[in-house]
Design a protein. Structure first.
Length: 202
């Protein structure tokens, strides 16, 4: 199954290993959780560009029933909605699963609780949220990479600048999940905490 997904990504022009890895992990978790192919997925922040600059929806390589929403302006693409994760234009419990991969760190700190609440509101069963979290190593790597890119290319890497301006999310803030009315367990890849998996409380 995973090999087939990777082949789909490559054929569609998605070749960034870190992006593919994030989506593979989310897809594998969702498929294992539901144990059936016919579940619906909302991908918040799910618009990306391949190296040729062509916009696309990675979730389309993994899920049959999906919608992607992002703040990016886009040409008419099937199953894409232009909108914000802070104000999702969907009714409560609209999707079996909601995923958001490497988006949370780009949300302003004062809006992060609202963002999580919105993901939870439109999900029937699970919310899969992955993000780089605050640590001395992550902060040093972001800062070093940002300076190197600016020096070599003479321009700012907007995404990395947002990491530094917003501050990476504090993983310890997720120890108290009661305020989100959700149950949670940490997921791991090797010895790196890769994200948080939430199952809405009922």
């Amino acid at each position: 199954m995973i090999s087939k997904w990777i082949d789909r990504f490559i054929a569609a022009g998605f070749k960034e290993p870190d992006m593919i890895e994030r989506y593979l992990f989310a897809a594998y978790f969702c498929h294992q959780f539901f144990g059936m192919p016919d579940f619906s997925v909302l991908d918040v922040g799910g618009m990306t560009r391949n190296p040729q600059g062509i916009q696309g929806l990675p979730s389309g390589q993994l899920f049959d029933d999906f919608v992607s929403i992002d703040v990016k302006e886009s040409a008419d693409i099937d199953r894409y909605v232009n909108g914000s994760g802070l104000h999702l234009p969907f009714r409560d419990n609209s999707f079996d699963a909601v995923i958001s991969l490497d988006v949370f760190e780009h949300i302003a700190p004062g809006d992060r609780n609202r963002f999580i609440d919105e993901l939870h509101r439109v999900s029937k069963d699970i919310v899969f949220l992955s993000f780089p979290f605050q640590s001395e190593l992550n902060s040093r790597l972001d800062s070093s990479l940002y300076r190197s890119i600016k020096k070599m290319l003479g321009e700012e890497f907007v995404e990395l600048k947002e990491h530094m301006d917003n501050g990476l999310p504090d993983l310890l803030a997720f120890e108290d999940l009661d305020k989100y009315d959700i149950k949670g367990s940490r997921t791991w890849i090797g010895d790196v905490a890769a994200g948080e998996v939430f199952a809405p409380g009922g």
